[in-house]
Design a binder for this molecule. Structure first.
Ligand code: SF4
Ligand code: SF4
Length: 69
């Protein structure tokens, strides 16, 4: 099982993780604004995540953590 978590308030809304996900699971959350004033990244279907960690590796601000159990 894969768990993905976001340090949402560190997200600067650059969208790099969205382009990096091979499963197209990430998007900017248009309904939330974080402490920096950005729409933060979120996952649209956590159950489809394969745990490749491409999103976590490309994020320049270490927002995303992938845990495989
Ligand atoms: S771990 Fe891989 S599949 Fe899961 S959200 Fe990140 S890039 Fe997408
Ligand atoms: S790569 Fe990191 S900072 Fe950029 S949108 Fe994704 S989570 Fe936010």
């Amino acid at each position: 099982m894969v768990k993905i978590s976001f340090r949402t308030d560190r997200c600067k809304g650059c969208g790099l993780c969205v382009t990096a996900c091979p499963k197209k699971l990430l998007a900017m959350d248009s309904e939330k604004i974080n402490a920096q004033g950005h729409h933060p990244a979120t996952i649209t279907d956590a159950s489809a995540c394969v745990g490749c960690a491409s999103c976590a590796l490309i994020c320049p601000d270490c927002v995303i953590t992938i845990i495989k159990e």
